[in-house]
Design a protein around this ligand. Sequence first.
Ligand SMILES: C=CC1=C(C)c2cc3[nH]c(cc4nc(cc5[nH]c(cc1n2)c(C)c5CCC(=O)O)C(CCC(=O)O)=C4C)c(C)c3C=C
Ligand SMILES: [Fe+2]
Ligand SMILES: [Fe+2]
Length: 343
Amino acid sequence: MKGVLLVNLGSPDSPTAKDVKPYLDEFLMDERVIDVPLWLRNIIVRGIILRNRPKKSAEAYKKIWWEEGSPLVVISERFTEKVQSKTDIPIALGMRYGSITIKNALQELKNKGVDEVLLVPLYPHYAMSSFETVVVKTMEEKAAYFPDMKITTLPAFYKNPDYIKILSESIQRELKDFEYDHVLFSYHGIPERHIKKSDPTKFHCKIDGSCCSTNSVAHNTCYRHQCFKMTELVKKELALSEDKVSLSFQSRLPNDPWLKPYTDFEFERFPKEGKKKLAVITPAFVADCLETLEEIAMEGKSQFQEAGGNDYKHIPCLNDSDEWVGLMAKWIKDWQADETLPA
Ligand SMILES: C=CC1=C(C)c2cc3[nH]c(cc4nc(cc5[nH]c(cc1n2)c(C)c5CCC(=O)O)C(CCC(=O)O)=C4C)c(C)c3C=C
Ligand SMILES: [Fe+2]
Ligand SMILES: [Fe+2]
């Protein structure tokens, strides 16, 4: 029997340093996130980052935490329930990090008689620190505990016309009542090094002005290209004028160069250029989370207004909207019927 495994990133169990620490340890010790040799990762993560960050992150989580739990987890659970109500095969939810595990989700599917799984990493774009690590972890769990399961992965859907349409329509609805002079697409950042590591040709991605707009097989795994492409497609769908839209990358760790421009630098720059009414969308995420609700909706607003900006609006992610639930149910039904995957 067929079934579906939805996977997102995961959150700590509570917004306390005690629970944030093991969550961050599992997350940052992932070799696809902090991609240095184990001995050095141990020093960077356990010797440096985990000394102060859990307390700081816990404070940030406290600001956005809901009565039911972490927004990312609660929204993902609601999404899963709604998708389940529109399909007749079992759907399970796992998280890459934290206590809602991929292994338990696969077990849940197995208990219901599932032996053919559609794996859906809940990320529109491919990055080794998001999409790839979900696939690798799921395959490791399969090899160790579920060797007879067949697993097929739904590809990154950053340019899927139906996804672009529902994303654009949700942005349109939010922009209807907001007078803006700029729309910023703020994507989660990654270190520049990751782009080069994920390039199968080993020469295409130079992170220059043109590589991401020059056709290449490298773009199947180029996060930067995929962010540019998604921005272009939404811009076209909404007929937004060229000078009113730009893209940036948020949430970086110190020391390495990360993808640029940096979102927080843009918040400082825009008011000085006369862009004082800003709408921000965060299309690397399908569900609102710490990075959107705290970093963009709260911190971003303060940074922008302290730099001289006036009106500011964070546009929510697709979350558990009927349109997104309906599209996921359609993708699942297409795969269920004849193995068709969205392009
Ligand atoms: C869009 C997908 C994501 C990519 C790519 C990604 C890369 C990446 N992230 C970190 C470090 C942190 N990210 C944190 C939170 C976080 N990251 C994503 C998604 C991607 N990360 C989400 C959805 C969230 C929110 C989780 C939630 O519970 O709401 C955090 C934790 C919070 C904090 O302390 O700031 C860290 C740390 C790296 C290093 C990285 C690529 C190398
Ligand atoms: Fe992250
Ligand atoms: Fe590229």
